[in-house]
Design a protein around this ligand. Sequence first.
Ligand SMILES: Nc1nc2c(ncn2[C@@H]2O[C@H](COP(=O)(O)OP(=O)(O)OP(=O)(O)O)[C@@H](O)[C@H]2O)c(=O)[nH]1
Ligand SMILES: [Mg+2]
Length: 228
Amino acid sequence: MSSISVIIPALDEEEPIGGVVRECLATGLPNEVIVVDNGSTDRTAERAHEAGARVVTAPRGYGRACAAGVRALGPECEIVVFLDGDGSDVPAFMNHLVEPIVRGTHDFVIGSRTRGQREPGSMNFQQVLSGRVAGFLLRLLYRVHYTDMSPFRAIRRNALERLDMREQTYGWNLEMQMKAARAGLRILEIPVNHRRRAGGESKVSGTFRGTFVAGARIVATFVRVALG
Ligand SMILES: Nc1nc2c(ncn2[C@@H]2O[C@H](COP(=O)(O)OP(=O)(O)OP(=O)(O)O)[C@@H](O)[C@H]2O)c(=O)[nH]1
Ligand SMILES: [Mg+2]
C-alpha cells in the first residue's frame, strides 16, 4: 500500500477544521494529515491538533501554506492529497483520487466540482465560470481536459517535487495544473461533490476583495506559466 499524506491549508477555520481532519482520517487512507496554519487568530491549530493532525506554520498565503506542507511531508510519503480546511471538499472521495495513482495509471488526479454534485450555494457563478474558462484555455495550450481549479487533488510526490511550484497565493492550484500538463504527467479529472463551508468565514469567493485579489493572481499565474 502506498503511503498517503494530506495537506490542508487553513486560515481561521476553528469551526470546520476538526471535522475535516476527522473525515480525512476516517477514510483510513492517509498516514498523516498536515494542517498548515498561517497566522490564524482563532483556535484553528488547537482544533486541528486535537483531531489528530500535525500542525505546521508558514507565512500568509495559500501557496506558501501548500509549499510549507510539502516541505513538512514525512520521508515515506509517496502520494500527496490537497484539500481545503473549510469542510467544502468531501474527503470520502479521496479513494477515487488516489486509486489511479496507486494503480500506477496516473500521476495527477484532480477533482472537478463542476462535474460533481454541488450543494446549492457551495460555488458561485464566477467560480464555475472561471473553472470552465481555465479548462478551455488549458485545452488549447496543452490539450488537457480540466473543468475546474478544485483544491481537492492528489499527486505523486516525486512528480510534484519536479514541478518547481512558485506561486505563493491563490495561483497555486492553477500553476500545478498547468505545470503538470506541460511536464507530460498522466492526468485524470474525476467528478467530486462539493458542499457549503461547514462554518467560519469565506476568505475568497464570498467577498468582493477576495474574489478580485484571487482572480488577479490567477490571471497573472496563467500568463506567467504560459509564457514561461
Ligand atoms: N494557510 C492559509 N490558508 C488559507 C489562506 N487563505 C485561505 N486559506 C484556506 O484556503 C481554503 C480556501 O479558502 P476559502 O475561504 O474557503 O475560499 P473559498 O472556498 O473561495 O470561499 P468559501 O466560499 O467561503 O468556501 C480554506 O481552507 C482557507 O482556510 C492563507 O493565506 N493561508
Ligand atoms: Mg472554501
